[in-house]
Design a protein around this ligand. Structure first.
Ligand code: ADP
Ligand code: MG
Length: 222
């Protein structure tokens, strides 16, 4: 079953002779349960593509379907709710709220949604990601790898259709990188989480089921 499809997706910055075709006519499809890596050099359009897929940015042209929903056709309110429930995003620099504990950061999508705490789901993720003993810690009391695990838990808490990761290990040493990649494989295998991971590092991409290369905004499958 298809969970993500883009059709002739384009994002152009600037115009005329200064136009940058950051994403150039990208059509791709991801099946439910797949772990896909999108690999490309710096400036190839990876982050732009991820922001379009995640509904954070609007395409210049083209369409994006997440779980059959055309996200470009949603109004801002509907899209905000859809994103919160169906799209989890993990960034290179974790983006945790510094004044909230690990547990409070993870529960943020519930609180924003006005939902009650689900102790089972919270414990399931804290245990799987091996951060149960860190639940009361503030982000600055955690290592980079631990902070990234908190951010992955936050992104997965609502059972999103898609987990998008932009250079999730880009700020980590080799040990923590291995650890985060192990966690992502586990999320994919045991939680059946569909993952689209963006990286400039082909070694890391080899952990995925499928690699898509991006160069100058255009994609090719490997
Ligand atoms: P990557 O994540 O692969 O490094 P980006 O998606 O960040 O690539 O950038 C792709 C291209 O688009 C680059 O040439 C970059 O300079 C350009 N770009 C990205 N964001 C903007 C922006 N807000 N305004 C103008 N150009 C941008
Ligand atoms: Mg980038």
């Amino acid at each position: 079953m298809e969970i993500l499809r883009t059709e002739n997706l384009c994002k152009t910055y600037g115009s005329g002779e200064y136009a940058v075709h950051a994403v150039n006519n990208v059509s791709l499809s991801v099946e439910k349960g797949e772990f896909v890596a999108i690999v490309g050099a710096s400036g190839s359009g990876k982050s732009t593509l991820m922001h379009l897929i995640g509904g954070v940015d609007h395409p210049t042209s083209g369409k994006i379907f997440v779980d059959g929903h055309n996200i470009g056709a949603m109004n801002a309110d509907k899209l905000a709710i859809f994103r919160r429930r169906q799209i989890g995003i993990v960034y290179q620099f974790y983006n945790l709220i510094p004044i909230l504990t690990a547990e409070e950061n993870i529960m943020l999508p519930w609180n924003l949604d006005g939902r009650a705490k689900d102790e089972n789901r919270l414990n399931e993720l804290l245990n799987a990601l091996n951060i149960s003993d860190k639940r009361k810690c503030l982000p600055n009391e955690l290592s980079g790898g631990q902070q990234q695990r908190v951010s992955i838990a936050r992104a997965m808490i609502n059972h999103p259709a898609l987990l998008l990761c932009d250079e999730p290990t880009g700020n980590l040493d080799s040990k923590a990188t291995e650890d985060i990649m192990h966690i992502l494989r586990l999320a994919n295998r045991d939680f059946h989480q569909t993952i689209v991971m963006i990286t400039h590092n082909l070694e890391i991409a080899k952990d995925a089921d499928r690699i898509i290369r991006i160069q100058d905004g255009k994609i090719e499958e490997v």
